[in-house]
Design a protein around this ligand. Structure first.
Ligand code: SAM
Length: 286
């Protein structure tokens, strides 16, 4: 429960969210996103947000603190590798000649191909990169890593507890698990109302992940929130679909855009931005 006193903009946002709920009441689930349009619209969404840069900077700092020896990273739900290639480039540039193993897993073949191509384009002999086309739960990985990371992919797994345990088992002792996942805040209130269920479950957000760490008895080293902002004022309808994780019908576009305006805050340039925070959970394999 928020302890922020209601004011006119929160009341307005609540009213538009109620309008979205009213349009949906009693209706069949909206269609979800297809893998190819998901990847394309995700890329367009990220261009409107400063979040990926904040995650890249944050993870580069964590990687730099892991010493100067050979290093291995597994990125689960790597997508097209846009984030991973930045991290891999940082690793090879910081200490030239240092062996870097970098593996991605993604169920969508088009994304895994782009991950592989971007890693190859770095042209770094010391970088040994591979991608598996699979869901994490179905993927046979026969090696261990210094880092296993999930960046915005934990929403989609069937069982968060089983996933966290399997991820820890892929770490060397002393290795680190990093899970970047959004809270169910202003933007994701829309996902909660609009996104169709995924194989029988809703999308998992930060509170679900945190509770699962606790329930599984996995000690967290820290939880860091990165306060990003996204400019959805100019977003195409397809990018809005990505933001709410569902194909919006024409009658939903008005109340969804009005809700996003109402939850917006001024950005550094004075333009309106939707808060787009991400929580990073970190745990070490003992
Ligand atoms: C929001 S994207 C994040 C991509 C990338 N990590 C990034 O930050 O740009 C989520 C990715 O998770 C992948 N994904 C969905 N379900 C998955 C699963 N069960 N196992 C692994 N990856 C999954 C999707 O195909 C998609 O590429």
């Amino acid at each position: 429960m928020s302890n922020i006193a209601p004011n006119s903009s929160t009341d307005t946002a609540a009213a538009f969210l109620d309008e979205v709920r009213a349009v949906r009441r009693g209706a069949a689930a909206l269609p979800g996103l297809e893998p190819d349009s998901y990847a394309r619209d995700h890329a367009a969404f990220e261009r409107l947000s400063d979040q990926r840069g904040l995650i890249a900077e944050h993870f580069a700092g964590r990687l730099a603190a892991m010493g100067d020896g050979p290093i291995s990273v597994l990125s689960v739900g790597c997508g097209d590798g846009s984030l991973d290639v930045r991290l891999a480039a940082g690793l090879v540039q910081r200490l030239p000649g240092r062996p870097v193993r970098y593996v991605g897993i993604d169920p969508w073949p088009g994304s895994a191909e782009l991950f592989t191509a971007k890693m190859a384009a770095l042209g770094a002999d010391e970088l040994d990169a591979d991608a598996f086309v699979a869901s994490f739960g179905d993927c046979q990985v026969n090696e261990t890593f210094d880092v296993v990371m999930f960046v915005h992919s934990m929403y989609y797994v069937a069982d968060v507890g089983a996933t966290l345990r399997a991820a820890l088992n892929l770490l060397r002792p002393g290795g680190q698990l990093w899970v970047a996942v959004a809270p169910a805040a202003a933007l994701n209130a829309l996902v909660g109302v609009l996104a169709p269920p995924l194989e029988g479950h809703r999308q998992w957000f930060s509170a679900d992940v945190e509770k699962t760490f606790v329930d599984a008895g996995i000690a967290l080293d820290d939880v860091v929130t990165l306060d990003a902002l996204v400019d959805l004022s100019s977003a195409s309808d397809e990018v809005l679909d990505f933001a709410v994780q569902a194909r919006l019908t024409p009658e939903l576009l008005g109340p969804v855009r009005a809700y996003l305006d109402a939850v917006s805050v001024p950005g550094t340039d004075g333009g309106l931005r939707v808060p787009h925070p991400v929580d990073v959970f970190a745990a070490t394999r003992r």
